[in-house]
Design a protein around this ligand. Structure first.
Ligand code: GLU
Length: 504
């Protein structure tokens, strides 16, 4: 059998949606599982929909995810160029070929003429399609004489090339995920293969490139399923062996109905793109997972499980483990519902499993926080204490800000709950006790608090709660002895005194 070759073929019409990332990931996983090649091809023949920066975005996103192509516009390869706009000569050659067959014809109808007919159909309650019936009354090389066609061509009248859909044939289609389906060719229209500017459309360029690049498996989104019949026939027309096909179901909205959209992301507060994307026209920024603080390995793990179940319901898998396990037959036929909490859970799990030093490196990269005043030793202690409860590295700072900055105010509700007329005196006495704690370690500190409370005839809470308030400014955070230890004796005593002077 020939070497497995799978391509991801995005059009640079905007940032890569979560669904696109998943397609690329499954393409990659399948290719690597089979010991094959993963190819990135940029399908940019539709110049009207081209978006500046989208191609760079796609490449950067794949790189961030660790989905590295063996061949691409950037990596080069045996079948270069990998950008369709640079392959025009190849398409022209095959166009000449298909025009010699009975599978294609020239159509000279103008947009205005087609609009006119469309209206006519609408008035009769019908929908117009350029198909095996209507083509017989339209302006094309099937209805015009050879002479007329030649004249139009000599006059340089613009034309498109259309596929001549065979009549009355049942096509038996096969999809690795969905199994067998069939379609009657009479329900399909005569798609444009080459536009009047000479550029091929998606359908034509796509099958030519898949053939030329020796692609063995086409794994793509289900929105291309309706084109499968046409693609089968294009392979037939060209006399080529076709690749195998697998169409992936949609990623659904959190509530389960309909395709996950950017609007859902905005509404529920999660990104639908891997990286931030700035729209070159509006300047609007769409949020990305990377910029929200997701780890790339957590992100792709989450994406992989949107529609695929590894054996034994395993959930945490590295890219290498996914490659080993991936099986297209285990990809779900039904759409996968996106779940924000689950996405966060993945990040939490990956963050937790990183070493404190790794998390420190991540924390230092977080925008908008300044850690220059804290030594690494203290930061590592904070990380080890806070990592377990953080979803993102940035949470360690936001949830543990009090480690770096003394409280400047005290939460009102907390004061009501934890402070009364006697508390200031109790805290002052406790500050004295702290002075004499020699070994400033959590177990010793816990004991000291305990002994102090017992001496004073107070419950533990009566000491612990106000103490926490003096150190944190509110009643949250990890265990008080842990906080005391990280802050150190001097800083802890300063904070207690400050609170005593400022809480009334
Ligand atoms: N250019 C198409 C897209 O952007 C590729 C579809 C395919 O994989 O055949 O979705």
């Amino acid at each position: 059998m020939s070497k497995v070759r799978v391509r991801f073929a995005p059009s640079p019409t905007g940032p890569l949606h979560l669904g696109g990332v998943r397609t690329a990931l499954y393409d990659y996983l399948f290719a690597k599982n089979q010991g094959g090649d993963f190819v990135l091809r940029i399908e940019d023949t539709d110049t009207a929909r081209y978006v500046e920066g989208a191609e760079e975005y796609i490449m950067e996103a794949l790189e961030w995810c660790g989905i590295i192509p063996d061949e691409s516009p950037k990596h080069g390869g045996k079948f270069a160029p990998y950008r369709q706009s640079e392959r025009r000569g190849i398409y022209d050659k095959y166009l000449a070929g298909i025009l010699k067959t009975d599978y294609a014809y020239l159509a000279f109808d103008t947009t205005e003429e087609l609009d006119e007919i469309r209206k006519e159909f609408e008035q009769n309650g019908d929908v117009f399609a350029y198909n095996y019936i209507t083509r017989n009354r339209l302006k094309n090389s099937l209805t015009l004489s050879e002479e007329e066609v030649k004249n139009l061509l000599d006059q340089k009248v613009p034309y498109v090339v259309r596929f001549k859909m065979p009549v009355d044939r049942i096509l038996n289609l096969e999809d690795i995920i969905r199994g067998k389906t069939s379609v009657n060719t009479n329900t399909l229209d005569d798609k444009v293969l080459v536009k009047n500017d000479g550029m091929p459309t998606y359908h034509f360029a796509n099958i030519i490139d898949d053939h030329e690049m020796e692609i063995t498996h086409v794994i793509r989104g289900e929105e291309w399923l309706p084109s499968l019949g046409l693609h089968y026939l294009l392979y037939e027309a060209m006399g080529w062996e076709r690749p195998e096909f697998a169409h992936l179901s949609l990623i659904l909205k959190p509530e389960g109905k309909g395709k996950l959209s950017k609007r859902d992301g905005d509404k529920f507060g999660f990104p639908v793109f891997p990286l931030n994307f700035k729209d070159p026209e509006t300047g609007n920024i769409s949020k990305g997972y990377r910029d929200e603080g997701y780890l790339p390995d957590a992100f792709i793990n989450m994406v992989a499980l949107l529609g695929w179940s590894p054996a034994n319901d395993r959930e945490i898998l590295t890219l290498e483990e996914m490659v080993k396990e991936f099986d297209l037959h285990k990809v779900h036929k039904a759409g996968a519902r996106f779940n924000k909490e689950k996405a966060e859970w993945f990040n939490h799990e990956y963050l937790k499993s990183k070493s404190d030093a790794e998390v420190l490196a991540l924390l230092k990269e977080v925008d908008g926080i300044n850690l220059t005043n804290s030594g690494d030793e203290k930061l590592l202690k904070v990380i080890s204490l806070m990592k377990e409860r953080a979803t993102f590295a940035k949470d360690i700072y936001s949830e543990g800000k009090f480690f770096f900055e003394a409280p400047v105010s005290y939460d009102e509700k907390a004061v009501k709950k934890a402070w009364n007329a006697e508390t200031a005196a109790v805290m002052n006495q406790f500050a004295d006790t702290l002075h004499s704690v020699d070994v400033f370690e959590p177990s010793e500190l816990k004991q000291a608090i305990h002994d102090f409370a017992e001496n004073k005839g107070l419950g533990m809470g009566k000491v612990m709660m106000p103490l926490r308030l003096t150190l944190v400014g509110e009643l949250k955070g990890p265990d008080v002895p842990d906080i005391l230890q990280i802050l150190g004796k001097e800083e802890s005593i300063i904070r207690i005194k400050n609170a005593v002077n400022n809480i009334h």
